[in-house]
Ligand binder design. Sequence first.
Ligand SMILES: [Zn+2]
Length: 632
Amino acid sequence: MRRIASLFLVSLCALALVAQTSPKPTIRLELDATDPARNFFHSKLTIPVSPGPLTLAYPEWIPGNHRPSGPVVNMTGLHIEAAGHDIEWRRDPKEMYSIQLQVPAGVNEITVTFDEITNTGVAGGSGPSASENVLDVNWNQVVVYPANANSDDVQVHPSIHLPDGWKFGTALNVANTAGSTIEFQPVSLTTLVDSPLIAGLHYKQIELTGPGESPKHVIDLVGESDAAINMSPNDIAAYKKLVVETGALFSARHYRQYHILLTLSDEVGGRGLEHHESSDNGPGEKALTDPSTHLVNAGLIPHEFTHSWNGKYRRPVGLATRNYQEPMTGDLLWVYEGLTEYLGNVLTARTGLWTPKQYQESLAETAAALDYRAGRSWRSLGDTAVSVQLLRLAPSGWQNWRRSLDYYPEGELIWLEVDTRIRQLTNDQRSLDDFCKAFHGGQSGPPQVVPYNFNDLVRTLNQVVPYDWGTLLNERVNAIQSHAPLGGIEQGGWRLVYNDTPNELMRATEGVAKMANFTYSLGFWVNQESGNFGDVIVGSPAFKAGIGPGMKLIAVNGRKWSSSGLNAALVASRNSKDPVVLVVENAHRFRTYSIDYHDGPRHPHLERVSDKPDLLGEILKSRTAAPVRVSQ
Ligand SMILES: [Zn+2]
């Protein structure tokens, strides 16, 4: 026994020695991104291998997407070579993301080349990854790696060839620059996929932290023109304040540096994707210059930045997978996304990107939309989180009946309820800020992942203030509830009301999205330009009259339809016994629908309840002395 034991010990020590002295095999990645106008990235990977069967994996489950969204359909022109000879490859007939091959004897390195078409279905959003003027590289699109490897254990030495004269922003550290080719320091595959790069002809970097301050925070901007990336002094002040406010909220930072990557382009936009040390934000070309687009997107960067703590550092167990082939489970997305939505919007107000009134309008719209979700009668909030793979790409028609990614906005309401409950229980001495310090704080340092489960949440909430948090959260998440959870608004000293006055956030959204929203009156929204019904609320007056999504609005009370004309008809309906009459086209047939409706326009707002303390007002107050606005 002893002899065997001692032999075993020797072999273990030998293994440990090998592990210490052998550098990790490193994949060299050379990315040619010089053809952005045609949305082609050319990828060349040199991969250390051993002779025998090998399976290479193209990343399938993309962090932050929470679903198998890796754009493998766009992987084209694949060739695998060793010592100048082609190696035959086969796709696994059951695993579309797996490429199988046989490494010949004597070969210890293979070259894999392929083109990635980036004009459809990119990870993190939709639409192209590049245009004449900008590009946005999500590295998961341009790599393969040995299947079954842990992404932390795969080293990659990346470089990128950019169009001449283009500048770039990324959280990766530069090793060398030669002309338009930038070589980065080797990183794990985890860090590479977590570190997107944006580049463009029009580029600017804005420092958010002072000289010598650590960690460094910057905004890297690329856009379709110099005008598009011209950030106002007020915005710069607000983002500087965002850095200070997150310090006050979380009391620790889990990154070495942080890059807010901001792409101002309508071709390469419509995305927001979180990472540990950066975030990839694409709010559209006019996000800094058009007031409505600015208002609607004000919460984007605070949301994605918050994810560095909530989602990246603290991550639900089911989303903390070992590589990009292992399926994720989304059951705690009402924390990952819902708490981020809550904190992100609160920070949007604390930094001055929204006024308190604009925050209230946003919250009113969120609460109303969820209260008008007909699908609440059959689907729990928790099921919307688990179903992220199904719901993310679901169409808008019957969305209220299907439900959507409701764990974002309803998570916001739930965490507001938790925040106000903590404040009520402690006479406003403690708040969700204390939970954030306990849950997301800890020791500052480089990125790491600390997974959690439901019980960890409940335990930390009980440390802030004892309460039956498990029952409250379970009910909100797993029970079928016919109405939205409005307890947070009411505990906050406010109530949800509907009146004739347009909601500022909704009006801005209508302009940006080119839609007209009559959800809370007749029960539908329509596309401003086409007149197509985007959704019709099940049980609403329009639904009862027989109207459904996909039909097209032609006329209101005998006149060609317009948003203002329909609004005028609603105002007139109050003092009339006549129905609102809509002419609707459906599959080349026209029909008249009479809607017996007399309640006028209805737009959601928050109204103060004077005999209750204004906890919501307290929540929105800045935690720091940094200025909210600068004089211009
Ligand atoms: Zn998010």
